[in-house]
Unconditional design. Structure first.
Length: 82
């Protein structure tokens, strides 16, 4: 299945705005993370330091969420401020 992966803020500095990936049917969010961190090794380091919020079609999801053809997965760093 084909999926669109979007990156925001510091993640887009590493991987650009978006990338299309193709995964087996039944893939989960964690599978997308595995693929994109192999494509962009610096993301693995960033995700360890700054855990992303993951949205699937605009809704926050965990790593076990099962994906469907055409889903859009967004990786957004958590907001902070003071």
């Amino acid at each position: 299945m084909k999926l669109r992966v979007r990156f925001f803020s510091l993640y887009s500095d590493v991987a650009g705005d978006s990338v299309d990936v193709e995964l087996e049917d039944g893939a989960r969010v964690k599978d997308v993370v595995r693929v994109i961190t192999s494509l962009y090794p610096r993301l693995k380091e960033l995700f360890a330091d700054i855990k992303p919020i993951v949205l699937v079609n605009g809704v926050a999801r965990n790593s076990e969420y099962k994906l469907s053809e055409g889903d859009e997965i967004a990786f957004i760093p958590p907001a902070s401020g003071g």
